[in-house]
Design a protein around this ligand. Structure first.
Ligand SMILES: NCc1[nH]cc(CCC(=O)O)c1CC(=O)O
Ligand SMILES: [Zn+2]
Ligand SMILES: [Zn+2]
Length: 329
């Protein structure tokens, strides 16, 4: 015989009651769509590792975005993809006035007045060696020079009109340096700083590196991205970035790291918490759906519900176009 307190099912028998048991649901403004922008103006190159995603030339971005904006797309995150010949030691093309990112910011701001335009800030897609910062001659990271260069890049994105900069490089001290730069240049009141605070050295970035052509030519990123099992380092990085002036904290990848999202929410209860459902997660769900192993819509919506349950308020996902069809608000 069950006791009164053992009865749970009556609390969620009806669909309305089920909504009462859940976090307030995420709406379309909580989604950020990552887009790859090529330095070839008229490009539309399929990315084989990310089915359905393309490297877009600035001149063709409208083809991608007109229908999505009509469905309620609120926010994009720009990733520049320069052709290999243009890469150098300091990532000049990251913020060159004719480069893909600055061109895309200017185009999007002028074409879509209500669109929230954000930029990933990193050097790996623009350096010859494919690392996220500037290197010493012996191949180790020059944290000081890297931070200065990343600050310059973030400020140039702000000057071009970006509403948000999101540094993914993982150099020590870059959040403080960028915040100070934004303050000094008078941008701090209109440019939002989202830190990739808890970014782990993950195999789940594999498909992205093909998309952005940003694989390191030697070594790996384990010296500047967190070891997957390192909860303590993640918590310290979250607290540090909050103290250095991050307006929001991001956790990346998403699904295997939901405990870290919960940690971020508890450490920073008054800031938006973002989660990046990365390229490898997209690929897993996509291929499972395609093979009929799982239903794509159901599993993607479930991942979203779980991100929210863990404490996320913003979700960066390649499924944004589908979600705009699947979500009602
Ligand atoms: N620093 C660049 C960057 N920004 C976002 C991702 C990964 C995104 C994804 O996998 O979808 C990466 C790759 C990396 O750090 O290796
Ligand atoms: Zn990088
Ligand atoms: Zn090392």
């Amino acid at each position: 015989m069950s006791t009164i307190s053992s009865i749970l099912h009556s609390g969620y028998h009806h669909p309305v009651q089920r909504t009462w048991q859940c976090q307030p649901s995420l709406t379309k403004t909580g989604l950020i769509y990552p887009i790859f922008v090529s330095d070839i103006d008229h490009a539309k190159e399929a990315i084989s590792s990310l089915p359905g995603q393309y490297r877009w030339g600035v001149r063709r971005l409208q083809e991608l975005l007109d229908p999505l904006v009509a469905k309620g797309l609120a926010s994009v995150m720009i990733f520049g993809v320069p052709t290999n010949g243009n890469k150098d030691a300091v990532g000049t093309l990251a913020d060159h006035p004719e480069g893909p990112v600055i061109q895309a910011i200017q185009f999007l701001r002028q074409k879509y007045p209500d669109l929230h335009v954000s930029c990933d800030v990193c050097l790996c897609a623009y350096t010859v060696h494919g690392h996220c910062g500037i290197l010493h001659d012996d191949g180790t990271l020059n944290n000081h020079q890297s931070t200065a260069r990343l600050t310059e890049v973030a400020l140039n994105y702000a000057r071009a009109g970006a509403h948000m900069v999101a540094p993914s490089d993982m150099m020590d001290g870059r959040i403080g340096a960028i915040k100070q730069g934004l303050l000094d240049e008078g941008f701090a009141h209109r440019v939002f700083l989202m830190s990739y605070s808890a970014k782990f050295a993950s195999a789940f970035y594999g498909p992205f590196r093909e998309a952005a052509q940003s694989s390191p030519t030697f070594g790996d990123r384990k010296c500047y991205q967190l070891p997957p099992g390192a909860r303590g380092l993640a918590r310290r990085a979250i607290l540090r970035d909050m103290q250095e002036g991050a307006d929001a904290i991001m956790v990346k990848p998403g699904m295997p790291y939901l405990d870290i999202v919960r940690d971020a929410k508890e450490l920073c209860p008054d800031r938006p918490i973002a989660i990046y459902q990365v390229s490898g997660e997209f690929a897993m769900l996509y291929h499972a759906g395609e093979q009929g192993v799982m239903d794509l819509k159901t599993s993607v919506l479930e991942s979203l519900a779980c991100f929210q349950r863990a404490g996320a308020t913003v979700v960066i996902t390649y499924f944004t176009p589908e979600l705009l069809d699947w979500m009602e608000h």
